[in-house]
Each structure stands twice: as structure tokens, then as C-alpha cells.
Ligand binder design. Structure first.
Ligand code: LER
Ligand code: MN
Length: 262
């Protein structure tokens, strides 16, 4: 299994052992040294990214960028694809288009996690489908991934079944599913069966244990998970998105070993 880890670039995230204040170069050096194959950058505003510099650093540290995380624009700026305010929806769509332009440079998938909002507006699902249609047709060559999130973060798309229903409405090949083991542990009846259902729509994976600590520190069955991932022929990355527990150092190093062994 190819491994990657989330590195925040502009604003902090609780789900990474890294802090943006340390700078991208130092953080990528640490990622590479710990044994990861790739890095998933958490980017609030893609317009402020120096593409040439990121390419140079990835090359220097022998890393690739399989995915871009976008949810900070919701947490920090309140952008949402399903807001009842059309201006906010339009700004969220423009932001995703910026991520798509950036993703094309790196062959990364663009994650639609919390940028879809908490699903509170009555028309949330309709707005989500409209927004994803616009974003997926913006550039056929870039893949988007819709991430089922647990009910305490959003009411909108908690399970693989719900995500597949939305993908069916959109009917485009460049949109698939990001499967996050932490959310699935809360929402799915069977983790293995839900991976099986995602099938060839499985485009990206986030890894954390049941308590969102590094894998191996909770009670998730990663043998079952890795068997299900292999059975659907998934060849992409497993990206660590965990609290920096039990310690940032252990989380960083032991997770790379854990994922690389899967
Ligand atoms: C995003 O990938 C995610 O899993 C969310 O739980 C972040 O809030
Ligand atoms: Mn996730």
C-alpha cells in the first residue's frame, strides 16, 4: 500500500503531526525521512500556492502529491457548497475550481469533505449535486472525491451508500469516493462490505484508528480493511489523517511503517 500523510500548508489542522509554521520544506523533509511515499497538502487557498516551489520540494524529497484537502476553507472562511446563501455557494465552487487547477499540476485528487457544509439547509443535497456537477465538468482530467463524514460533522453524506447515490445522480467518471476509516467506523454497518460497495469508485483513502489516533492504537481491524482494499483492486494511496497521538513523533513514524506493511 502506498503511504501518504496530511501536511497543512497555510492553516493548522488537528489531524496531522505537522504545523504550517515550521514551513513546507522542513515538513516535507520529515515526511520523506519517516518513509512515506507521498504527501496530501491541506490548502485553504490554492491561489496563494507557489506551484514551482512545491514541485521542486516534492522532487527534492522524492515525494508525490496524491490528494489536496480543502476543508479548511469551510472551517476558517465559512465557505460551503450547500449554504443557503448563493454567494457563499458560488465562492465555494470557485475555490474548488482553484484546487482543481492546482491538482492538475500534480495529478492529485481534490477532496470534497467539510467544504460541503453541515447539510443544514433544506436544499443541501440538491445544492451539493449541482455544485459537484459544475466542479466535475470543469476539468475531466482531474478527479474529485466525495468523502462520507460522520454524523457529528455533517448530516449530508455519512455513508458509502449515500455517496454512491450522489455519484449516480452526477454520472461522471471523474468523481469517486474518499473512504476514511475513522468515519466509516462510526457510520458503516460493516467496514469491509462498505469498501466492497465503493468498488471501483474508491479513489482515495484516509487512515486513522477508531479513536482517530495512529493506526494500531485503537480497535479497528486493519487486516479486514487491507484485505477489502486489495479485493477491490485499489492501487492508490492510504493517507494518514490522525490526531498526533500517542505522540507526534510516534504517530508520524509508526504510521508510515504500519501503512507500508499493509
Ligand atoms: C476530512 O478529510 C475529514 O475527515 C474531516 O473529519 C475533517 O474534519
Ligand atoms: Mn478524512
Amino acid at each position: 500500500m502506498k503511504s501518504s500523510i496530511i501536511v497543512p500548508v497555510q492553516d493548522p489542522t488537528p489531524f496531522s503531526p505537522f504545523s504550517p509554521e515550521d514551513g513546507l520544506e522542513i515538513n516535507l523533509a520529515r515526511v520523506s525521512e519517516a518513509g512515506y511515499d507521498g504527501v496530501e497538502l491541506a490548502i485553504t487557498n490554492p491561489g496563494r500556492i507557489d506551484i514551482a516551489k512545491v514541485k521542486k520540494l516534492l522532487k527534492q524529497y522524492n515525494l508525490v502529491m496524491p490528494a489536496i484537502t480543502t476543508g479548511q476553507a469551510y472551517g476558517i472562511e465559512g465557505l460551503s457548497l450547500t449554504s443557503s446563501d448563493k454567494e457563499i455557494r458560488d465562492r465555494a465552487i470557485s475555490r474548488i475550481k482553484g484546487h482543481i487547477r492546482l491538482a492538475q499540476e500534480f495529478g492529485a485528487v481534490v477532496i470534497v469533505g467539510l467544504l460541503r457544509g453541515r447539510g443544514e439547509s433544506e436544499d443541501a443535497k440538491k445544492f451539493l449535486i449541482e455544485a459537484l456537477e459544475i466542479c466535475a465538468s470543469f476539468n475531466d482530467e482531474v478527479r474529485l472525491v466525495l468523502e462520507p463524514l460522520n454524523r457529528y460533522e455533517t448530516k449530508l453524506i455519512n455513508t458509502v451508500d449515500e455517496a454512491l447515490e450522489v455519484l449516480g445522480e452526477i454520472g461522471r467518471e471523474n468523481i469517486g469516493i474518499l473512504f476514511d476509516t475513522f468515519h466509516a467506523n462510526i457510520e458503516e454497518i460493516s467496514i469491509g462490505k462498505s469498501i466492497q460497495k465503493a468498488g471501483n469508485c474508491l479513489f482515495h483513502i484516509h487512515i486513522a484508528d477508531s479513536n482517530r489516533w495512529a493506526p494500531g492504537y485503537g480497535h479497528l481491524d486493519f487486516k479486514e480493511i487491507s484485505e477489502a482494499i486489495c479485493a477491490v483492486g485499489y492501487k492508490g494511496f492510504c493517507s494518514l489523517e490522525a490526531l498526533p497521538k500517542p505522540t507526534p513523533q510516534k504517530c508520524l513514524r509508526e504510521s508510515a511503517e504500519y501503512i507500508n506493511k499493509l
